[in-house]
Design a protein around this ligand. Structure first.
Ligand SMILES: *[C@@H]1O[C@H](CO)[C@@H](O)[C@H](O)[C@H]1NC(C)=O
Ligand SMILES: *[C@@H]1O[C@H](CO)[C@@H](O)[C@H](O)[C@H]1NC(C)=O
Ligand SMILES: *[C@@H]1O[C@H](CO)[C@@H](O)[C@H](O)[C@H]1NC(C)=O
Ligand SMILES: *[C@@H]1O[C@H](CO)[C@@H](O)[C@H](O)[C@H]1NC(C)=O
Ligand SMILES: *[C@@H]1O[C@H](CO)[C@@H](O)[C@H](O)[C@H]1NC(C)=O
Ligand SMILES: *[C@@H]1O[C@H](CO)[C@@H](O)[C@H](O)[C@H]1NC(C)=O
Ligand SMILES: *[C@@H]1O[C@H](CO)[C@@H](O)[C@H](O)[C@H]1NC(C)=O
Ligand SMILES: [Cu+2]
Length: 575
């Protein structure tokens, strides 16, 4: 019965949610209506009432100009959520299959909070045959590395039947997502939106909310993994917009209603396993105001590239004729393999009573897999990179003894151990890691480091770093890096996922300002499992003081018990 209910929830999930909570005095509540919040919340939300449709730049005593790396609000508010990782049968596009989903829906419940709130999230693993671990993508986790949610790195997997409470502070604001970091589970459906309300670089009237773009197959990705490891990326059947699409005669499309003359905020997320999308809305420009968790100087674009793991906050203006318009997520076939490239669509309706399909046409566009031009991404809060020291990383692919593809960015393809997380090894004072753990030590505090990531292979990779916004100093397709390349140190684009272009290079910098063990990996799901990952042990000497050992040990103890009972064997990278 539960899956049928979940399915109806999906079908009825439509559009224009109320304006940010900051405007009202009511506590956080999601469509699912189950979030609870401490009693301090109504005061805390009302103090940000200065943030209105005519001035989104202010936020209580803070603003879009606040340096959120060193300052920002501490609301004292705790927002508490309960999430359950479930094994259900759903039909997001009308075709039934097994889905591993948070609380039985795709996407899972929205986590919503205000900038400066603390989130306490209880995650229950109700699966029978998989561990779990939930990563809060892009959240910096200052001082809370233990709650980054990465099996083998920051925790043991949560055993079936066990639960783990994650606690972290929202020091940034904007849009992100949570997803499982255990094996391929995220791409079986275990993900959902994170919205942190805060100021913005441009004004809008209302929120449409998150718009998730996913690729989708009718077999589970676990079933496709053997093919991926022997033949390369499998053909995905289709894609989903906010967990909905049509396929053949089944399914239904996501639709959002807008009102002529108003401006709407859309929070776009690419949660695909292996699809670079171009997103657009016919006849409408998109005003980009944030890339990942970094507010940018607004710019207008008609077709927006978004690769795996990335987010964009965009504003659309209802300035066209009253009609229905297609919202399109087009997989870029130069780097993605999809059987329904022209049919991953949603609908924008000016007249909410309309039920007809739009007749609008797509913006002219080319098929390619590139990031938005780096020159367009100008962070509103200007930051400079100072005297960075650099090193080289090369992305290659080989096959292992079983003739399975193994990717690598470090000296080896990653093979970290679920039951022996790096964080606990550091806590125990053991810093002699095995090569396959792919550990890079960054001992010194507040140093600028940069990494030249190169590849000779004509496949782009979305590189994601945990615990930091990184600075993009340079990037180029079909080019090799040499000393003549100019590094942009003066307020370069900043975010947490950037594209390593095909046969090219990407130069990333970050500051060692966050003690912990942080994963850096390709966000193509197949590649993460096939080892394209490394970990930074940042300021090892400061890490033990941050670890709540009993919590970590209890998760590992339950996991060890389950491993010995189930006989499960780790076959992938462990992350
Ligand atoms: C905002 O500033 C006012 C005046 O400086 C102060 O009284 C108030 O406590 C501050 N509010 C918060 C939430 O920091
Ligand atoms: C998720 O499911 C759990 C258990 O079924 C429930 O207690 C919780 O309220 C749900 N959470 C949300 C945010 O809907
Ligand atoms: C989900 O349920 C199916 C069918 O019972 C089972 O084969 C599969 O192993 C389950 N998956 C997990 C992760 O529990
Ligand atoms: C997770 O469960 C799926 C079935 O739902 C199974 O195919 C897969 O092997 C399991 N993976 C791990 C790593 O436990
Ligand atoms: C889109 O933006 C371009 C350039 O900023 C502008 O010329 C054009 O009028 C805009 N179109 C719409 C539909 O707003
Ligand atoms: C330290 O870690 C290494 C690699 O993980 C392991 O081989 C070794 O046994 C550990 N040493 C101790 C004292 O735990
Ligand atoms: C960790 O858990 C195990 C049980 O699995 C227990 O034997 C051990 O004493 C615990 N370690 C600490 C330091 O609490
Ligand atoms: Cu990759």
């Amino acid at each position: 019965m539960t899956f049928i209910r979940a399915f109806f929830l999906l079908l009825t999930a439509v559009a224009a949610v109320p304006a940010p909570q900051a405007e009202s005095s009511s506590p956080v509540s999601t469509a699912a209506g189950t979030a609870t919040i401490s009693s301090a919340s109504s005061t805390a939300t009302s103090v940000c009432s200065g943030n209105t449709a005519s001035d989104r730049s202010v936020w209580c005593n803070y603003s879009i100009d606040t340096d959120y790396y060193t300052g920002g609000p501490d609301t004292g508010v705790t927002v508490e959520y309960w999430l359950e990782v479930t094994n259900v049968t759903l039909a997001p596009d009308g075709v039934e299959r097994i889905v591993l989903a948070v609380n039985g829906t795709v996407p899972g419940p929205t986590l919503e909070a205000n900038w400066g709130d603390t989130l306490v999230i209880h995650v229950q693993n109700s699966l029978t045959n998989n561990g779990s671990g939930i990563h809060w993508h892009g959240i910096r986790q200052m001082g809370t590395n233990q709650y980054d949610g990465v099996p083998s790195i920051t925790q043991c997997p949560i055993a079936p039947g066990d639960s783990l409470t994650y606690t972290w502070k929202a020091t940034q604001y904007g849009t992100s997502w949570y997803h499982s970091h255990y094996s391929l589970q995220a791409w079986e459906g275990a993900f959902g939106p994170i919205i942190i309300h805060g100021p913005a670089t441009a004004n809008y009237d209302e929120e449409i909310g998150t718009v998730f773009l996913n690729d989708w197959s009718h077999s589970t990705v676990d079933a496709l993994y053997t093919y991926a490891q022997t033949s390369g990326p499998p053909l995905m059947d289709t894609g989903l917009i906010n967990g909905m699409n049509v396929y053949g005669d089944g399914g239904s499309r996501y639709a959002a209603n807008i009102e002529s003359g108003k401006k709407y905020l859309i929070r776009l997320v690419n949660g695909a396993i292996d699809t670079h999308f171009k997103f657009s809305i016919d006849n409408h420009n998109l005003t980009v105001i944030s890339s990942d968790f970094v507010p940018v100087t607004p710019f207008s674009i008609d077709v927006l590239d978004i690769t795996m793991g990335q987010r964009y906050d965009i504003i659309i203006e209802a300035n066209q004729d009253t009609a229905d318009y297609w919202m399109r997520a087009i997989p870029q076939l130069s780097c993605s393999n999809n059987d329904s490239p022209d049919n991953i669509r949603g609908i924008i309706r000016y007249d909410s009573s309309s039920t007809s399909d739009p007749t609008s046409s797509a913006w002219a566009q080319d098929d390619d897999c590139v990031d938005v031009a780096l020159s367009s991404l100008v962070p509103h809060l200007s930051q400079a990179v100072v005297d960075p020291t650099g090193d080289d990383l090369t992305v290659t692919v080989t096959t292992n003894e079983e003739n399975l593809f193994r990717w690598q960015i470090a000296l080896e393809s990653m093979q970290a151990r679920w039951g022996d997380p790096t964080l606990m090894q550091v806590y125990d004072g053991n810093t002699s890691f095995e090569d396959a753990e792919c550990v890079y030590n960054l001992a010194e505090a507040d140093q600028w480091v940069y990494w030249v990531i190169e590849t000779a292979i004509p496949v782009p990779h979305p590189i994601h770093l945990h615990g930091h916004d990184f600075f993009i100093l340079a990037a180029a397709e079909s080019a090799s890096y040499d000393s003549s390349v100019t590094l942009n140190l003066d307020n370069p684009p900043r975010r947490d996922v950037a594209n390593l272009p095909a046969s090219g290079y990407l130069v990333l910098a970050f500051k060692t300002d966050n003690p912990g063990v942080w994963l850096m990996h390709c966000h193509i799901g197949w590649h993460t499992s096939e080892g394209l990952a490394l970990q930074f042990v940042e300021r090892a000497s400061e890490i033990p003081a941050l670890v709540k050992y009993d919590v970590a040990n209890a998760t590992c103890a339950a996991w060890d018990t389950w491993v010995s009972q189930s006989g499960i064997v780790e076959e992938d990278s462990g992350v």
